[in-house]
Design a protein around this ligand. Sequence first.
Ligand SMILES: [Zn+2]
Length: 275
Amino acid sequence: MIDDAGLAETELRLAAFIAVFAALGLLELIIPKRRLVARKARRWATNLAIVALDSLLVRLMANLAVPIAAVAAAVYATSAGIGLFNWLSWPDLLVTVLAILVLDFAVWAQHWLSHKIPLLWRLHQVHHADLDIDVTTAIRFHPIEIGLSMLWKIVWVLALGLPVHAVLLFEIILNGGAMFNHANIDLPRWLDGLLRSVIVTPDMHRVHHSVLRREHDSNYGFNLSIWDRLFGTYTAQPEQGHQGMTIGLESYQTQEPTKLVWSLLLPAKPFPKDP
Ligand SMILES: [Zn+2]
């Protein structure tokens, strides 16, 4: 059963990823928001190489260990009857909605912790070092950070006994949502305003990629915008405007972040004075 679910998950996620990636990549050409500062081919090659390494790592973990992916954990929780929702007999729709809300909060909390705990920030810096923000920034996460995120999600899935279809749906939403809110697209102001009352828009998440610490220490959400409003970490617009703001990390405004090996080794570098 785990093999079947694993295969279906891989295919579904890959199909959703390719469709969303292609659509947003195209939109970035049609309605770009900012002029990119770094060489796009170089950045894209590095960011795509990072996601290829990440997928390889996840596959390796799945082959080596017990069910490691979040969806596989949900299959296990259901068959073993463990976790809160497996003990309660609540309606399926309610459980699905709650599962997605809880997982979205868990991802928000993990992101907040990644900015507060120095060891986690070392890994998360790789994502923030990107000199531009576009659809490929969404997949630029250090392999160790990807592994930790997965373990974090598995803890929530097992503790709450989240259903398989809800976890799979969440993974697809999270992946698509991240690509959408990192996209370098210029949405009409009214549409951005309408969308961001519920979900994180590209303009909202771009603030999080500012070199200014008070800006990158805000807007941690990936899907729903409610968590940042609720916990007082919401910043509406960048101080220097979307065109004037600088993207990335203050200490690394060189071409280094476009290089693969440099990016993978960044967590091991000593901290600059102001991360
Ligand atoms: Zn961040």
